[in-house]
Design a binder for this molecule. Structure first.
Ligand SMILES: [Zn+2]
Length: 79
């Protein structure tokens, strides 16, 4: 699976020093050119690094969703 040009992926920006959405500008083989949507600085990253970040974020998102579901179930039991 390739990352679509024009789509946005979370990645760590070396300039902002935080995880920010990066716009995919293109790729040569497995090296992707991405632009931080916060500070507009460009970076070259390996496809694998982007994938790892994506998985990490999906994992965190799932944990947040799971805890929200648990909380709503908890409320139902009390009613
Ligand atoms: Zn940035």
């Amino acid at each position: 699976m390739d990352f679509e040009v024009g789509s946005t992926r979370i990645y760590n920006c070396g300039i902002c020093n935080v995880d920010t959405p990066h716009s995919i500008k293109g790729h040569i083989g497995e090296t992707y050119g991405i632009i931080c949507t916060n500070c507009s600085s460009g970076a070259l990253v390996n496809e694998l690094d982007l994938r790892i970040y994506q998985l990490k974020w999906e994992e965190e998102l799932r944990e947040i969703l799971d805890s929200l579901v648990e909380q709503s179930f908890g409320c139902d039991e009390e009613n």
